[in-house]
Write a protein that binds this ligand. Structure first.
Ligand SMILES: *[C@@H]1O[C@H](CO)[C@@H](O)[C@H](O)[C@H]1NC(C)=O
Ligand SMILES: *[C@@H]1O[C@H](CO)[C@@H](O)[C@H](O)[C@H]1NC(C)=O
Ligand SMILES: *[C@@H]1O[C@H](CO)[C@@H](O)[C@H](O)[C@H]1NC(C)=O
Ligand SMILES: *[C@@H]1O[C@H](CO)[C@@H](O)[C@H](O)[C@H]1NC(C)=O
Ligand SMILES: *[C@@H]1O[C@H](CO)[C@@H](O)[C@H](O)[C@H]1NC(C)=O
Ligand SMILES: *[C@@H]1O[C@H](CO)[C@@H](O)[C@H](O)[C@H]1NC(C)=O
Ligand SMILES: *[C@@H]1O[C@H](CO)[C@@H](O)[C@H](O)[C@H]1NC(C)=O
Ligand SMILES: *[C@@H]1O[C@H](CO)[C@@H](O)[C@H](O)[C@H]1NC(C)=O
Ligand SMILES: *[C@@H]1O[C@H](CO)[C@@H](O)[C@H](O)[C@H]1NC(C)=O
Ligand SMILES: *[C@@H]1O[C@H](CO)[C@@H](O)[C@H](O)[C@H]1NC(C)=O
Ligand SMILES: *[C@@H]1O[C@H](CO)[C@@H](O)[C@H](O)[C@H]1NC(C)=O
Ligand SMILES: [Cu+2]
Length: 620
């Protein structure tokens, strides 16, 4: 049985019914991806990536155990693309995971590409481009999977899908070069212009009195986490990131980009008042709040459209629900002690090109020449040797069915929502701000929750840590990364190569996937450098810019920038900045280093050209 659903009617709110027929079906989506124009905040019309001529995009839906086929044709004309189905494990179909240069080549303009996978999980997911920071241009939307055995079946009357998002007026191809720029050595991320609810503002949701609504909320934003609350109504959380939970009452939730939450809201018995609900972007993420920015977006639960839509009251403190306290409905107990522990120290640093990069334990991610999954498929026994994936894919080999523990020490001053493809994970320890690195002294096996909460995207506090576990029971190549798109551009990514020899036995790369590589001139065989003869020879692998010369600090770069801006007082400024951190004795040395830097700067064009030649179109 095949149902063709090219797109859903775009309503202000999509109301789902649980009336899908029983038995697994094949759901076919035909997605013609093109540029359209959109103006969701009423402030600025811009080119936006649409599907079948529409934006907002269709909400994908399926029943658990359905097969989903997505036929993509890329008609953007000037950009490659991919689709990732966020939160779906792709168990047995790692080739359908959609991360560019990880599980597939970019789909070049004019090419067709088919995703084909079975959905074994229910709950709230989303789909988005996973190619070169592209999804904030519009290519992102919810994906809801229904379950006939839903544990809270019968406890609600209607379902409502709600996306929250930040929104930019400029395209990412304009923003990235401004962000990754030697004039921005502190790495201040682009600040969005607006927040959106269901890709608009002033959203109204008509409700009836005395009913219970099940909301599926997805943060499809690029950067900003959002606080979400409904005036006069509490939320009863029942699912996060596809994991059913025991009911938990919340007055306010916080969703990082890429996180999801389902909750039930029961309406009042009388209809005399309409109630505002608010999405409020987390401004602590923004280095600076531009004048005039409205970081809130308001919607209304409308009991009676003849009544006014009251402005929301100001909230002076965000008391959001702590997701660490959630208990999965399936009561899955704490996994045993790990076979492998991977510790990841997150820092930001300026490299020799003067731009700020992000590092996981000293490595800033650079896309390999060959998608990592294709390296698994074409390097035989050497696929178990991390060398073949290249140093800068930051690859870790996971043994089949091992218990893996990951420790993230966030030594950066920013919040990072980390996401793992192919799994959700048990979060067993999470610190507050500035707790320092995790050490075994912080916890013992007994101090971990007996039934840890699970999700696929987790916030790591600035200066703090998170520890989580999962079983490596899903052979595939799974990216692990911060879900802030700007931080992906900076390289905040590692690659989990899980059970590579099992992958070789279990999957086949479809011909149309290889055709996309050929059409886009992307290599699809051999190691990360494209070497098909000696898999351990990584000569020519894509690399990041060289480090800053020893002793250089971002402060030095700031000095350099100032010196360029203001040639007249340049030397004085350099001397001043140079003296901030150092005694008089080292001032001369610092000035000498700055002179060397300027020299290096002049060589930058050459360095960049080399990198580009090594991986045209495809670096990151
Ligand atoms: C995709 O959409 C574009 C723009 O609407 C149209 O020109 C093109 O024919 C469509 N292609 C397919 C295969 O539907
Ligand atoms: C939302 O409503 C406010 C207040 O009425 C109005 O200023 C704004 O333009 C509206 N936004 C959109 C996108 O319609
Ligand atoms: C989905 O498939 C699994 C595995 O075959 C099965 O155990 C489960 O009952 C199915 N669920 C539904 C709702 O059919
Ligand atoms: C691609 O096409 C869009 C839509 O026409 C345009 O706005 C954008 O500047 C183009 N260039 C790049 C590099 O994406
Ligand atoms: C999807 O995959 C299934 C199972 O491998 C296969 O039977 C089916 O033909 C595929 N469909 C498409 C459209 O590729
Ligand atoms: C929401 O929950 C809080 C804390 O449990 C409680 O004080 C408040 O009365 C509840 N509000 C509603 C509308 O139920
Ligand atoms: C609404 O009315 C029902 C039935 O009379 C009652 O059980 C429920 O508590 C009332 N709800 C509220 C919010 O007052
Ligand atoms: C956004 O909402 C918060 C919480 O009510 C409030 O403190 C803040 O002033 C609002 N910001 C703007 C720009 O209205
Ligand atoms: C590499 O990372 C480790 C752990 O974060 C750190 O202690 C060490 O100093 C780093 N080494 C270099 C060369 O940066
Ligand atoms: C974790 O352990 C370290 C070293 O023992 C200690 O400095 C730090 O305060 C502890 N953090 C927490 C949150 O307990
Ligand atoms: C993947 O499927 C296998 C069985 O085929 C199962 O044992 C394993 O738990 C699944 N892994 C995930 C992450 O769903
Ligand atoms: Cu981040």
């Amino acid at each position: 049985m095949a149902t063709s659903l090219s797109f859903f009617p775009i309503l202000s709110v999509l109301l789902l019914t649980l009336s899908h027929a029983a038995g697994a079906a094949t759901i076919v989506y035909d997605f013609n991806i093109t540029w359209v124009r959109a103006n969701p905040d009423g402030l600025y019309e811009r080119p936006t990536i649409g599907i079948n001529g529409q934006w907002p995009l269709p909400i994908m839906t399926a029943n658990i155990n359905d097969t989903v086929v997505v036929n993509v044709i890329n008609q953007l004309g000037n950009q490659s693309t991919t689709l990732h189905f966020h939160g779906l494990f792709q168990n047995g179909t790692a080739e359908m995971d959609g991360a560019g240069l990880v599980g597939q080549c970019g789909i070049p303009p004019g090419s067709q590409f088919t995703y084909n996978f079975t959905v074994n999980q229910a709950g709230t997911y989303w789909y988005h481009s996973h190619y070169k920071g592209q999804y904030p241009d519009g290519l992102r939307a919810p994906f809801i999977v229904s379950d006939p055995n839903y544990p809270y079946k019968g406890q609600f009357d209607e379902e409502i899908v709600l996306s929250v998002s930040d929104w930019y007026h400029q395209e990412v191809q304009v923003l990235i070069p401004q962000f990754m720029n030697k004039d921005n050595p502190t790495g201040a991320e682009p600040v969005p212009q607006s927040a959106l609810l269901n890709d608009r503002q002033n959203l109204t949701i008509a409700v009836k009195p005395g009913k219970t609504y099940l909301f599926h909320v997805v943060n499809v934003g690029a950067f900003a986490g959002q606080y979400i609350w409904f005036e006069g109504h509490n939320m009863t959380i029942v699912e996060v990131d596809g994991v059913y939970t025991e009911k938990a009452e919340a007055e306010m939730i916080y969703l990082t980009t890429a996180q999801r939450c389902s909750f039930m809201i029961t309406t009042k018995n009388e209809t005399s008042t309409n109630y505002a609900f608010v999405g409020s972007m987390d401004t602590t993420l923004f280095d600076k709040i531009p004048k005039g920015l409205n970081w809130n977006v308001t919607g209304w639960l409308v009991y009676d459209s003849a009544q006014p839509m009251p402005a929301p009251a100001l909230v002076d403190q965000f008391n959001d629900f702590d997701d660490f306290a959630l208990i999965p409905y399936d009561q899955k107990p704490l996994l045993p002690e790990p076979d492998q522990t991977i510790t990841m120290d997150v820092v930001m640093n300026v490299l020799g090109d003067g731009k700020q990069y992000a590092f996981i334990s000293n490595i800033t991610y650079v896309s390999p020449k060959v998608p990592t999954l294709y390296t698994v498929m074409t390097t035989g026994e050497d696929a178990t040797n991390p060398t073949v994936y290249g140093e800068y894919s930051n690859s870790f080999i996971l043994g089949h069915n091992q218990i893996i523990e990951i420790v993230i020490n966030n030594r950066d001053t920013g919040k990072h929502p980390f996401h793992l493809h192919g799994h959700n994970f048990q979060t067993i320890a999470r610190s507050e701000f500035n707790a320092g690195d995790f050490s075994l002294g912080n916890s013992t096996e007994n101090s971990y929750p007996a039934i840890p909460m699970r999700r696929d995207t987790i916030l790591v506090n600035p200066g703090g840590y998170v520890v989580f576990r999962f079983a490596a029971d899903n052979p595939g190549v799974w990216l692990f990364h911060c879900h802030i798109e700007w931080h992906m551009d900076q390289g905040l990514i590692a690659t989990m190569v899980e059970a590579p020899l099992e992958i070789q036995k279990s999957i086949t790369i479809p011909q149309n996937h290889l055709d996309a590589c050929k059409a886009g001139n992307t290599l699809y065989e051999g190691n990360a450098a494209g070497n098909t003869v000696n898999f351990l020879d990584l000569t020519g692998e894509p690399v990041p810019p060289a480090p800053l010369p020893a002793g250089f600090t971002p402060r030095g770069i700031v000095a350099l920038v100032f010196s360029c801006i203001s040639a007249l007082i340049g030397m004085a400024v350099i001397a001043w900045y140079g003296s901030v951190d150092m005694g008089a004795a080292s001032k001369v040395a610092e000035q000498q280093r700055i002179a060397e830097m300027e020299q290096q700067e002049n060589q930058e064009v050459t360095t960049q050209a080399t990198t580009i030649v090594e991986a045209p179109e495809e670096v990151r």
